[in-house]
Design a protein around this ligand. Structure first.
Ligand code: AMP
Length: 585
């Protein structure tokens, strides 16, 4: 397939923010893509070369790209930097520099998707001494063969500034329309994606085989399963209304969720965001490697513990384990326990369709087989009424937990789905909002005074799954230490945008915008009506959205969450209504 066809589609997509138009452009693109190339086209649209869990990265600094570009365009780095300052994007700079170079394209051959992909793959795979030089040569060679428009996308891809604003859901809508003629089959694609976490593979099977083959995609070892998620309930009465009878109440531990895959003597750990994090917990890995269990996938929360009292320690302590160097020292100072809460695959068979009560029995079996005190079952009690839920919540809070999870005993494991089969209940609500919200950073105002050179306030948004957009609910400037401010400034740099991101719905002017990527935890005193914020606009009152009053950063960056895992608009609306009820009681 000619690469220019992909470039045409990308250029069209850059001109729109409407989900419907994006879907149309994608459908047209998929219809002209040869089936054997669809996998690569999907990865390129997602801005990656392979699914996230394979952890493939380009590994090229911007400085190096400038050097490659200097080779190709015949301009020196200083003059390139000058153009860069005005364009603000290395891809745009590349197009400009390549359009004005002295030579014409060196190759008379047409650039293909296959060629671009294979060179990009080679760049990513090159490592070791001298690899930067080899990578630069590969980039130079590739952009010399491209037209300036094509070179712009090659570089945008390498530096991760593609930013087409296409969510996976939109890609699945378009795949379903292009290959089955209807959006209604999207749910089958979604199920397959939730089991395999590999949209390229799902698309390839759809294009080269059939919908039946899609239904056969099941969970398998060493491919992370998209995690099942919980709904939030604001009160005990509400939880009880949802479960209608007996349910399993468990401690909601404040640590890091991991998915453990154990084959024959081999173990991998995946994060909630489906990244491979085997190296973060060598102690847990060696326990599982040495255990008798094989061909199993299970999930649990890793929590730091106080080695003397065996009490659970807060999440921040666990984060001290997140380091590349002196891991063994950190392991000794901050030992961790794995509290297992679900099992998805056992003895080579999927178990996600078993009712939760039976999966828990299997877990008991598994824990006995592992037989190490550092891997335990998450504490659980069967609750039957509001009183027993209240008792268990207070027990969990006393033990230092964030709250409890209440689970329906008959429920299946629903990969990638958020629902009332799992309900999270944190502290009881009073007239003040005591629970936290996880919001996405979408914009910022520059700091003044002490905060010059950093951000003074961040614009935060909640997620709206219906429109697949992020709607603002708060501007926050308190709760940050100097260290937080400079870390956030650095981490946000790669998501900088001059204009509002297409999936962000905001009416406030900001100095700078971001791709919706980083999720942070916020506490606030209450939720109020606001004519400026767009979250819940017109839901409670015409021309009003919902805003947080006295928002404050808790110090916790939720890097275990992707933007779509942020608090949903619906949750904010329900918290607002709940709060009104409590105040008027
Ligand atoms: P939240 O991150 O607030 O949406 O809450 C869901 C998270 O709670 C899960 O992704 C787990 O990381 C964590 N968690 C802690 N204890 C449990 C438990 N007993 N069952 C399920 N998830 C738990």
């Amino acid at each position: 397939m000619e690469f220019s066809l992909l470039v045409n589609a990308f250029e069209q997509m850059e001109t729109t923010t409407s989900r419907l138009s994006l879907t149309d452009y994608l459908v047209q693109l998929f219809k002209i893509t040869p089936p054997e190339e669809i996998e690569k086209v999907i990865y390129l649209i997602q801005g990656k070369l392979r699914p996230d869990f394979e952890g493939i990265e380009m590994g090229l600094a911007e400085k190096m790209i400038l050097r490659a570009l200097a080779h190709s365009s015949g301009k020196n780095v200083a003059s390139l930097l000058e153009i860069y300052r005005s364009t603000g994007d290395l891809g745009d700079l590349t197009k400009e520099a390549m359009a004005h170079r002295n030579q014409t394209t060196l190759s008379s051959q047409v650039m293909t998707v296959e060629r671009v992909y294979s060179v990009l793959f080679k760049i990513a795979k090159t490592s070791g001494p001298g690899s930067q030089e080899i990578k630069i040569k590969l980039v130079t060679g590739l952009i010399n063969e491209c037209s300036p428009r094509e070179a712009r996308y090659v570089i945008k891809f390498i530096v991760g500034s593609l930013r087409l604003g296409i969510a996976d859901n939109t890609v699945m809508d378009a795949l379903s329309l292009a290959f089955t003629g209807s959006k209604k089959n999207r749910v089958l694609l979604e199920n397959a994606y939730n089991s395999s976490s590999d949209l390229g593979q799902v698309a390839k099977i759809l294009a080269t085989e059939s919908l039946d083959a899609i239904e056969k995609i099941k969970i398998s070892l060493f491919k992370p399963v998209r995690p099942m998620l919980a709904e939030r309930s604001p009160t005990i009465e509400d939880v009880f209304k949802q479960v209608k009878g007996s349910a399993a109440a468990e401690f909601k531990l404040d640590g890091e969720r991991i998915q453990v895959h154990k084959g024959k003597g081999h173990v991998e750990l995946f994060s909630r965001r489906l990244e491979k994090i085997t190296g973060h917990f060598p102690d847990i890995v060696s326990i599982i490697v040495e255990s008798r269990i094989s061909n199993s996938i299970f999930e649990g929360e890793v929590v730091a513990i106080d080695p003397k009292t065996l009490e659970f320690l807060p999440f921040q302590v666990l984060m001290r384990r997140r380091r590349k160097h002196r891991v063994s020292e950190a392991m000794k100072n901050y030992p961790v326990y794995l509290n297992v809460f679900d099992i998805l695959y056992y003895d080579g068979e999927s178990k996600i369709q078993l009712p939760y009560k039976d999966r828990r029995k299997l877990l008991e079996h598994l824990i006995a087989e592992i037989n190490d005190r550092r891997v335990l079952l998450v504490p659980q009690e069967i609750v039957e009424d509001e009183k027993s839920i209240a008792r268990y919540l207070s027990k969990a809070l006393h033990a230092g937990c964030e709250g409890i999870m209440v689970k329906q005993l008959e429920s299946e494991y629903r990969a990638g789905a958020r629902g009332y089969a799992w309900i999270k209940l944190k502290k009881e609500y009073g007239s003040n909002l005591t629970d936290t919200l996880d919001l996405v950073i979408v914009g910022a105002l520059y700091g003044r005074g002490r905060r010059v050179g950093r951000y003074g306030a961040l614009l935060l948004a909640a997620y709206d799954p219906t429109s697949d957009t992020f709607k603002t609910t708060s501007k926050v400037g308190t709760g940050f230490t100097d260290q937080h401010l400079s870390d956030l400034y650095n981490n946000l740099e790669k998501y900088l945008l001059m204009h509002k991101h297409p999936r962000v719905d905001a009416s406030m002017p900001m100095d700078i915008w971001f791709e919706p990527k980083i999720v942070i935890e916020i506490v606030a005193s209450e939720i109020t009506l606001s004519p400026i914020h767009t979250a819940g606009m017109n839901t409670v009152k015409e021309n009003y959205g919902l805003a947080l009053r006295f928002p404050k950063f808790t110090g916790k960056v939720r890097d275990d969450k992707i933007a779509e895992d942020a608090t949903k608009i619906e949750e904010i609306v329900s918290l607002y209504k709940q709060q009104k009820r409590t105040i008027s009681n």
